[in-house]
Design a protein around this ligand. Structure first.
Ligand code: RB5
Length: 152
């Protein structure tokens, strides 16, 4: 089934953006580019937030975030309630984060993974459904992880 993706990067993920957009489009999905528009230095939290807001505002959509390592941009996105940004490294992590975590943003590092692995991760992320059940309870507890609150 065709999905809608939002993509954003920082300068260290910028070089891969065009390639990823083409690949997602070739798979038959829609992709919206939220920037940046050049490889000039930018701060990854700004673009993580843009993508997180877009995904939350568009039910059923997914995000793709790329920085040098994938770490900073995923940390920032995960500060937005309702976002489950998964830093993935291979087909397995991209598949299982959909099945178990209902991840809505796929993150990776341009300096870490190659194009073959990226293609594998995007295909897995786009085609794998959340399993629900026991995982749904755990996923809802993620939102309850608030400083000072007790988890049930
Ligand atoms: C930018 O140099 C780099 O720090 C950033 O892309 C990312 O890897 C941070 O986690």
């Amino acid at each position: 089934m065709s999905k809608k993706f939002y993509i954003a990067t920082d300068h260290a993920g910028y070089a891969l953006k065009a390639y990823v957009k083409d690949f997602v489009t070739e798979l038959g999905h829609k992709i919206v580019d939220l920037g940046p528009d050049s490889a000039d230095r930018v701060d990854y939290p700004d673009f993580a937030k843009k993508c997180a807001d877009a995904v939350l505002a568009d039910e059923g959509s997914f995000g793709i975030l790329i920085c040098g390592t994938g770490i900073g941009i995923s940390m920032a996105a995960n500060k937005v309630p309702g976002i489950r940004a998964a830093l993935c490294h291979d087909h397995y992590t991209a598949k299982v984060t959909r099945q178990h975590n209902d991840a809505n943003i796929l993150c990776f590092g341009e300096r870490v993974v190659g194009k073959g692995v990226i293609e594998d991760m995007i295909e897995a992320f786009a085609t794998t459904e959340f399993e629900g059940g026991r995982h749904a309870e755990r996923v809802s507890k993620i939102e309850d992880c608030i400083v000072g609150a007790d988890l049930k």
